[in-house]
Design a protein around this ligand. Structure first.
Ligand SMILES: [Zn+2]
Ligand SMILES: [Zn+2]
Length: 222
């Protein structure tokens, strides 16, 4: 029996997943009955469970009983998809945007291992909170490496709570102060030396040096 077969642990997982705006509804089934539901009414949850158990019985027949599949995703004609995850005593079913199925799977896996991505400064859980994609403005999980909708690379982002500059997994991005002082000193010295020969060249060299130092000291990509 894994940790997620405890009802109280499942409650925590449902609570987190239901915070994501692209998750339409969540149904947790226990022995063919709704055990826990979110963003959905009970009668509809019953219908979903009946549908899913029908699909699962066919899937298992098709794949063969011996296969160790523990999750299935089903694309729906609406452009959404169902994520179905089987645990020993519970089945998690949720409907979400098709694009984020892989992310949902990763989040559930991290939850099971108690390794959800958190801001390493303030501890905010990045897997259950959203940020806006800087390219397409869609709401995406704060732990996204790439935007699942437009494919834009999300490099360093600000923690929505403490505004620290962090990577997708919550790791803090530190300013490389070691490069800052020598960089400024070197740029100034070079700029001054060249200034004596030609002020325009000196000024350009100073600016280029400072720009280069800034790039090295403030990393902007993952
Ligand atoms: Zn933070
Ligand atoms: Zn995007």
């Amino acid at each position: 029996m894994s940790i997620v077969d405890k009802p109280e642990v499942f409650d925590q997982l449902v609570e987190r997943l239901s915070k994501l705006s692209s998750v339409e509804y969540i149904v947790v089934a226990h022995e063919g009955l709704p055990y826990k539901i979110a963003k959905i009414d009970l009668s509809r949850a019953d219908v979903i469970i009946a549908l899913v158990s029908d699909v699962l019985s066919k899937t298992i027949k098709y794949k063969g009983i011996s296969s160790s599949i523990d999750w299935v995703s089903l694309g729906l004609s609406t452009g959404k998809a169902l994520y179905i995850r089987m645990f020993n005593s519970f089945t998690l079913i949720l409907e979400c945007d098709r694009e984020i199925i892989g992310q949902i799977h990763d989040i559930v896996n991290r939850f099971i291992k108690d390794k959800l991505f958190k801001c390493s400064k303030c501890g905010l859980e990045l897997d259950s909170i959203e940020i806006k994609c800087p390219y397409c403005s869609k709401n995406i999980v704060a732990s996204s490496i790439r935007c699942p909708y437009c494919g834009g690379c999300i490099g360093i982002r600000r923690c929505p709570k403490c505004r620290s500059r962090i990577r997708y997994n919550g790791e803090l991005v530190r300013v490389r102060t070691k490069a800052l002082i020598p960089g400024i000193a070197l740029s100034t010295a070079l700029g001054l030396a060249l200034w004596l020969i030609n002020p325009v060249v000196g000024y350009t060299a100073l600016l280029a040096g400072l720009y280069f130092t800034a790039i090295i000291s403030y990393p902007t990509s993952t």
